[in-house]
Ligand binder design. Sequence first.
Ligand code: NAP
Length: 330
Amino acid sequence: MKYRTIGTNPKTRREVSVLALGTMHFGTATGEAASFAILDRYVQAGGTFIDTADNYAFWTGTQGGESEELLGRWRRSRGVGEEIVIATKLGARPLAPGTSYTDNAEGLSAKVIRESSEHSRDRLGVARLDLLYAHIEDPKVPLGETVDAFAALVAEGTVGLLGVSNHWAWRVERARSLAAAAGLPGYEVLQYQHSYLRPRTDLPGSHSPDGMSGMLGGDLLSYLRAEPQLAMVTYSPLLKGGYVRQDRLDAAEFAEYRHPGTPARLAALAEVAKDAGATVNQVVLAWLIGGEVPMIPLVGASSVAQLDESLAAVDLELTTAQRTRLDAAW
Ligand SMILES: NC(=O)c1ccc[n+]([C@@H]2O[C@H](COP(=O)([O-])OP(=O)(O)OC[C@H]3O[C@@H](n4cnc5c(N)ncnc54)[C@H](OP(=O)(O)O)[C@@H]3O)[C@@H](O)[C@H]2O)c1
């Protein structure tokens, strides 16, 4: 395993593995035994960066919490402590079962930030959340209220690092500016959807009619180059199996990849995978980890075999020629 630091403050920054493990289906679609086996294997391989949210898995008809609860049981049964960083998110938990973050989200008010972070701590069985993200934007709450409420949790020691997901770049920068001006801790870890295939970003998204605020685009990339102390965690890096299963890539949720650049990118990927003696999934992950702006891919897995394939990507170093071939395709 390889490691890198997230955060800058010596009191809260953490060393984490360069490959993060997502648990959004753990405790629902992926049962307890399989979830525990995947988590155990990840830790055995040196993995130290696990991701969940307070709304996983609300799409099963609940408000969520099953993933955090499973992680709480796993932590207790394995005696997991400080060595593993567990990140969670709040703001997108639906207020009633059967509803969604798109129409009925808890949001980012001071009250929600306080109460939902307490519930996450209870479900995970921890005194302090290592990393807490704002899961989605809440345009109804003044940004200053959200910034102050997150900072208060850091000040009292119930949260370590702060992160942000699925926000437009300008709102990330505005929130960080407000925090800096007030001498408060701001968002230091960003979580966005990003992979090797290039998405169209002009299609209306589930969060905004203006486009897909959850996609890593040029505005955020240039922000990361300018602020290299920020960490970028990229979700759905394997496009939910789309690189190896055409039906997944053809699903309506991936409409943004239906454009003439995609076949060229897939051809380059297949060529480099053959050249490197690796799988296409591994090439995608190695491309993300070792790029000019390094990313922390956040993979999902429903079996130990899938996780093993992703773990092996950490040791795959792409040559300059292979990287050039990949970058030149569009
Ligand atoms: N911030 C956000 O809004 C947000 C949004 C989405 C996700 N996330 C986080 O990101 C994590 C990962 O998301 P993701 O699951 O979409 O990531 P992903 O790594 O793109 O997809 C993982 C899925 O790909 C399939 N897969 C992986 N390896 C495969 C292989 N070798 N052959 C065939 N299929 C393979 C599996 O699907 P099957 O299980 O069906 O086989 C697996 O569950 C989540 O758990 C969550 O923590 C965050």
